[in-house]
Design a protein around this ligand. Structure first.
Ligand code: NAD
Ligand code: UDP
Length: 324
């Protein structure tokens, strides 16, 4: 096993963060989970609290914090459109001030720091599938810009701290990822469709359902993220992490209905502004440098996610924002 490290996970109580904390603890590391619980709740990490190698800190990453760590995974940021558009100025502060604060910490501690960037930095892409060299097509004035531009600025800050201060960075661009412990009221397409299907409510397709996404199961994504952090070559990224298998939103709805054996009907609602029409990662770099590619296809991942949704009590979850 590799050396035991003290690792900070910002946003560690969230959907991806809580699973990452779990995996790092399993590897024997000392894990500090930092979160302000905007889009998550303590129950996501309750099962980790009895582990002596786990610490939980309630803190907002827009204010500085001083910790001694060897590695930082920077995941703190609302990720679902309804969440990040709720308070767009706060979203941008979280990305930008959050990046500055973790990079400052990395500089003081000589820690390696990984940024959870996103496919959203490609905006509504004109190139398909999207390679890392594509510079994107983001509407700087639209409702998604607080997230897209915040994440783009964070990438810039990471590169500048790397070039000017020699910080050891890693940049990953995550494409739509789903799985158990997604917030059931996050308004993302997979949580909405499963919740609606399980309660035989109408399934809300935005637009005509021909827009595409490529869905990656949580465990595959976390494996790629840890590989990127741990690889010791001079490859700092950015690297796309996602499942290249592309589906239309209507195909997804039909698959969810089939797997849940639901009686739900499809209903069509207006497409939100700037909703990307297509999204599919080119993962050649991840294959080459990390020897990584997803292993769990949508049908299998959805079955695990549906099972988890069946096991929870929705009344235990507070919608973080009114829109979902
Ligand atoms: P999530 O909302 O479940 O997790 C984000 C966590 O960050 C939550 O626990 C939230 O409470 C916390 N947080 C938000 N603002 C904070 C602040 N100011 N200070 C401290 N904590 C704060 O979402 P997720 O899907 O787990 O996303 C995790 C990261 O991965 C995010 O940075 C997101 O942008 C990125 N990402 C996710 C996806 C995806 O499909 N899941 C895709 C692209 C990028
Ligand atoms: N979507 C939908 N119905 C819903 C929620 C989302 O048709 O109830 C669509 C949304 O318009 C988008 C796609 O599903 O085209 C993915 O949306 P999500 O919010 O999950 O992620 P993102 O748009 O950030 O990729």
């Amino acid at each position: 096993m590799s050396a035991i490290k003290r690792i900070l996970v910002t946003g560690g109580a969230g959907f991806l963060g809580s699973h990452l904390c779990e995996r790092l603890l399993e590897q024997g590391h000392d894990v500090i989970c930092l979160d302000n619980f905007f889009t998550s709740q303590k129950s996501n990490v309750l099962h980790l609290l009895s582990n002596p190698n786990f610490e939980l800190i309630r803190h907002d990453i827009t204010t500085p914090i001083f910790l001694e760590v060897d590695e930082i995974y920077n995941l703190a940021c609302p990720a679902a459109p309804g969440h990040y558009q709720f308070n767009p100025i706060k979203t941008m502060k979280t990305s930008i001030l959050g990046a500055i604060h973790v990079l400052g910490m990395a500089r003081r501690c000589r820690a390696r720091v990984l940024q959870a960037s996103t496919s959203e930095i490609y905006g509504d892409p004109e190139i398909h599938p999207q390679p890392e060299t594509y510079r994107g097509s983001v509407n700087t004035l639209g409702p998604r810009a607080c997230y897209d531009e915040g994440k783009r600025a964070a990438e810039t800050l990471f590169m500048d701290y790397h070039r000017h201060n020699g910080i050891d960075i890693r940049l990953i661009r995550i494409f739509n990822t789903y799985g158990p412990r997604m917030h059931p009221f996050d308004g993302r397409v997979i949580s909405n469709f499963i919740r609606q299907a399980l309660s035989n409510e109408d399934i809300t397709i935005f637009g005509d359902g021909t827009q595409t996404r490529s869905f990656c199961y949580r465990d595959d994504l976390i494996e790629g993220m840890i590989r990127m952090m741990n690889q010791e070559t001079n490859f700092i990224g950015p690297v796309n992490l996602g499942n290249p298998h592309e589906f239309t939103i209507r195909e997804l709805a039909e698959l969810v209905i089939e797997l849940t054996r639901s009686g739900s009907r499809l209903v069509y609602q207006p497409l939100p502004a700037d909703d990307p029409t297509q999204r599919q990662p080119n993962i050649d770099l991840a294959r080459k440098h990390l020897h990584w590619e997803p292993t769990i296809e949508l049908r299998e991942g959805l079955l695990k996610t549906i099972e988890w949704f069946r096991s929870i009590r929705l009344s235990d979850y507070r919608p973080p924002t009114p829109k979902y």
